[in-house]
Design a protein around this ligand. Structure first.
Ligand code: AMP
Ligand code: ZN
Length: 112
């Protein structure tokens, strides 16, 4: 099988290493290699979507699911009450570096 071209596609297919903390049919969540908070996970749809800018109405359920996974991670790590940040960067001026849609889950430090 040819190697998937995109880094996060490869991680989702377990062809590239990552510390995967959660997985289901639709998404994986793994540790960011350059964490910007004590807990920094990336929630990544298994299907390749480039960014928020290329979302279509067909992606509604998947995007909603990503937020529910964030909620689940927040609860499982004990942050439901204290809170956390769920962040999506889009495009060059939005700070997006990896062009496979992902939701940053950041917890353990007060957001600015
Ligand atoms: P963004 O700027 O929103 O595109 O975020 C990309 C994120 O991916 C950054 O926080 C990087 O630290 C993270 N990242 C890049 N390569 C890897 C990797 N191989 N495993 C885990 N996280 C990564
Ligand atoms: Zn991809």
């Amino acid at each position: 099988m040819p190697e998937a071209p995109c880094l996060f596609c490869r991680i989702a297919a377990r062809e590239s290493p990552a510390e995967i903390e959660y997985e289901d049919d639709l998404v994986v969540a793994f540790k960011d290699i350059y964490p910007k908070a004590p807990i920094h996970l990336l929630i990544v749809p298994k299907r390749h979507i480039e960014s928020v800018a290329t979302l279509t109405p067909d992606d509604r359920t998947l995007v909603g699911h990503c937020f529910l996974v964030a909620r689940r991670i927040g609860e499982s790590k004990g942050f439901a009450e204290r809170g956390y940040r769920v962040n999506v960067n889009c495009g060059p001026e939005g700070g997006q570096v990896v062009y496979h849609l992902h939701f940053h889950f950041l917890a353990g430090r007060r957001g600015g």
